[in-house]
Design a protein around this ligand. Structure first.
Ligand SMILES: Nc1nc2c(ncn2[C@@H]2O[C@H](COP(=O)(O)OP(=O)(O)OP(=O)(O)O)[C@@H](O)[C@H]2O)c(=O)[nH]1
Ligand SMILES: [Mg+2]
Length: 310
């Protein structure tokens, strides 16, 4: 390698870095937004509410700034299971100690759950809160958004209101700029090529869960969790075995499907994504295990990685 000229050693480039949390009710498009800002699929998405279960950091690094996003489970009301409490806690905890909060809403739909999220936003104006109005690709007449924006702005002192389409990547450059403008100067927290704080093992379990959620519709709602039980990097192939945990026998039957067809499809789709993620050939073994009551059992939840209040 040739020596690079020591250009302007007395004028090091200043960098900015900070944490931006993305909060909102389930299904407004939080994970889609984070993935499209980062340009990689870090957090799983689906048409079903309550897809994201954990707080997941996604890291966007540019030349002179790094934004660490916290994607969060959709904040919801009315469900009392330990899993629902853990999901809400994981989301609400990101309303504190971050540099910017993005509250995300759907351009076309306002619900009591949105109302609840609005009530949780910090008072005092110490942390800038941006209102992100998503899915504007669904809105033909953009002027229809104005009364909605107006009434929300009257109810909370948002620092800015930014309409976007996370899916169609509309207005994301403006959003990114609005975020960087609000970050403090500071060194990067993560290596520039790191995309998430989560392990490959976690991401593999999430990919499998995504395929389950997407395959199953409402039939097996959210009582599905995935545990990677074996991971062996062989010379040519990585062998991974994972258990899909359900709560009831009927759910197991649905998941396996007629002559095992459903679980086979889930396996094929998951394997393709996992191979892309780890850039190796994968042999994926899936099996379905009944673990009654895990979603309302604090200890079982901890063993599945749901202890993340800190
Ligand atoms: N038309 C349209 N659909 C979108 C947009 N952003 C997200 N979606 C869709 O909305 C659905 C929910 O997206 P997610 O990103 O999983 O939503 P979320 O807020 O993370 O949901 P939870 O994790 O359940 O809280 C998916 O079907 C997305 O494809 C958008 O800008 N336009
Ligand atoms: Mg999500």
């Amino acid at each position: 390698m040739t020596d690079t000229p020591s250009s302007q050693p007395d004028n090091p480039q200043t960098t900015r870095c900070g944490m931006v949390s993305i909060v909102g009710r389930p299904n407004v498009g939080k994970s889609t937004l984070m993935n499209h800002l980062i340009g990689q699929k870090v957090s799983i998405t689906s048409r079903k509410p309550q897809t994201t279960r954990h707080r997941i950091h996604g890291i966007l690094s540019r030349d002179n700034y790094q934004i660490v996003f916290a994607d969060t489970p959709g904040i919801h009301t009315g469900q009392e299971k330990a899993l629902n409490r853990a999901m809400n806690e994981a989301a609400v905890s990101t309303l504190f100690g971050v540099d910017v909060i993005c509250m995300m809403v759907d351009a076309m739909k306002w619900t009591p759950a949105d109302e609840h999220v609005l009530s949780l936003l910090p008072e005092g104006g110490d942390v800038p809160v941006l209102l992100i109005i998503n899915k504007v690709d669904n809105v033909d007449d953009k002027s229809a958004l104005l009364p909605h924006i107006q009434s929300l702005s009257e109810r909370y002192p948002f620092d800015a209101v930014i309409p976007v389409s996370a899916l169609r990547e509309q207005n994301l450059v403006e959003l990114e700029k609005a975020l960087v403008d609000r970050l403090q100067e500071g060194d990067f927290w993560y290596e520039e090529d790191q995309l998430t704080d989560r392990s490959l093992r976690f991401m593999v379990a999430e990919i499998i869960r995504e395929k389950v959620v997407r395959q199953l519709g409402q039939e097996v709602p959210h009582q599905v969790s995935v545990e990677v039980e074996l991971w062996e990097d062989g010379p040519r192939v990585t062998e991974i075995s994972a258990a899909i945990l359900v709560e009831r026998r009927g759910q197991k039957k649905i998941l396996i499907g007629d002559k095992g067809e459903r679980i086979k499809q889930i396996g094929i789709q998951a394997r393709e994504d996992i191979e892309r993620l780890i850039e190796r050939k994968v042999m994926l073994n899936l099996w379905v295990k009944i673990k009654a009551g895990w979603s309302d059992d604090a200890r079982a939840l901890r063993s599945l990685g749901y202890d993340e209040r800190n």
